[in-house]
Design a protein around this ligand. Structure first.
Ligand code: ZN
Length: 112
């Protein structure tokens, strides 16, 4: 038997990885709490509120995915590494909203 370890973002209320599994077994998935996005979306003819969260299978070397959920159903997922450029844009935007950054001038060639 082995004791399960969880990523820091994993929420016990959403994770279904067993606390103890036979050696070599990796059942279930780690899941974060769901974050409500302030928007509604239409998917597959359904309209509903959109939630986002992280998920990762307990299998060895499984990737972490950002997923979108509408009406309790996962309607899209993105490898977290592919979401990194968007995450940096959001971080910059949030720093701007908090006033933690300073606007900059763009360096342009003289004839632009
Ligand atoms: Zn977990």
């Amino acid at each position: 038997m082995s004791t399960a370890l969880h990523p820091t973002w994993c929420d016990p209320a959403h994770c279904d990885v067993p606390d103890r599994q036979p050696l070599g077994a990796r059942g279930g998935a780690h899941r974060s709490k769901l974050v409500a996005l302030n928007l509604e979306a239409e998917a597959r003819g359904e309209t509903g509120h959109v939630y986002a969260g992280l998920a990762q299978s307990a299998r060895p070397r499984a990737g972490v995915f950002l997923k979108w959920i509408i009406n309790g159903e996962v309607v899209g997922h993105l490898p977290l590494a592919d979401a990194e450029p968007l995450a940096w844009l959001i971080a910059d935007g949030l720093a701007n909203l908090r006033g933690d950054d300073q606007p900059i001038e763009h360096a342009k060639a003289p004839d632009q």
